[in-house]
Design a protein. Structure first.
Length: 301
């Protein structure tokens, strides 16, 4: 699994490196702030891809003496850093566009080359982001999902610049160049906010999504006849690993063996439905004092 994530991250690095060189070269030739803003965007994506590569390489390392819960949260840290980088790119693009509007330097040259580059960029990022998202969903990788979202945003912004350049060619209104760049900045800020939501929250040990909790509760309800009740259900996520723990209340005269078998069975059922999960079940006896407990309450898994 780790090797699959690393290969996907390498593909993203190579793709972004090629796009940065191509966009920056053409943007300078054209004197186009919108194309240069796209080069900056891809540059940020390149840095983000590098961060994703390092994080997926490290997050796959097993738990050790200093990291008893593994290294999964490295991916969440990487995703948060990537979000901040995207925000910085948006600020830079906005500044350049506003300066161009204020000073009135609208001249844009070689529009045909620019539209071709933007079209190639959109197609390239679409296919690479689709592959990254597929691997991210399969491996539950926050870092790769963040990288995929970056590139998906780049698809839309490239298409925006593509449309803007076409409009400039047809109307002769070069002022559209900085206006399109500002639109690109808005989309980038939106992507940064969404990425922050998904990456940073897990650093704070926020609970699992509702759909994951529903699966846990479903397993418990389906096996409710095996125990007296449950409480203290907690869960969190670290990278792609889910951590779940709960207390199961069992008949007080149950054997240690039966309680042990029950805890493993519940854990195995949850882990089967929620891959990459670590489940810890604490067994505790009920507090009933009925005299026929041995006959009425004992159980077998």
């Amino acid at each position: 699994m780790t090797n699959q994530k690393i290969q996907a991250a390498k593909l993203s690095i190579l793709s972004n490196l090629a796009l940065v060189i191509m966009k920056l070269t053409v943007g300078i030739m054209m004197h186009s702030v919108s194309v240069i803003s796209e080069a900056v965007h891809s540059g940020i994506d390149l840095v983000a891809s590098g961060i994703a590569y390092v994080s997926v390489s490290l997050s796959g390392q097993p738990a050790d003496e200093k990291h008893h819960y593994g290294h999964g949260k490295i991916e969440n840290v990487a995703g948060t850093i990537e979000a901040l980088l995207i925000l910085c790119a948006a600020v830079f693009i906005s500044y350049e566009a506003v300066m161009k509007l204020i000073h009135g330097h609208y001249a844009v040259e070689k529009i045909g080359i620019g539209t071709a580059v933007m079209g190639i960029s959109a197609l390239s990022n679409w296919f690479v982001s689709a592959h990254l998202m597929k691997v991210a969903k399969k491996t539950d990788s926050v870092a790769l999902e963040a990288d995929a979202l970056h590139l998906r945003t780049d698809v839309y912004t490239s298409l925006g610049v593509f449309a803007g350049l076409i409009a400039m060619k047809l109307t002769g209104l070069a002022i559209l160049d900085p206006l399109v760049a500002l639109g690109v900045a808005v989309l980038i800020i939106k992507a940064a906010w969404e990425l922050t939501q998904s990456a940073f929250h897990n650093i704070l040990d926020i609970k699992l999504p509702e759909e994951d909790e529903a699966i846990i509760l479903e397993v418990l309800e389906q096996n409710a006849f095996r125990f007296k009740g449950y409480h203290k259900l907690r869960n969190r996520k670290s990278g792609h690993i889910r951590y779940i723990d709960l207390h199961l209340v069992v008949p007080k005269l149950s054997t240690v063996y039966d309680g042990h078998e029950l805890s493993h069975m519940i854990a195995d059922l949850i882990e089967a439905k929620l891959p990459h999960s670590h489940v810890l079940v604490h067994i505790e006896p009920c507090d009933e004092t009925c005299t026929d407990c041995r006959m009425r309450c004992t159980f077998k898994v």
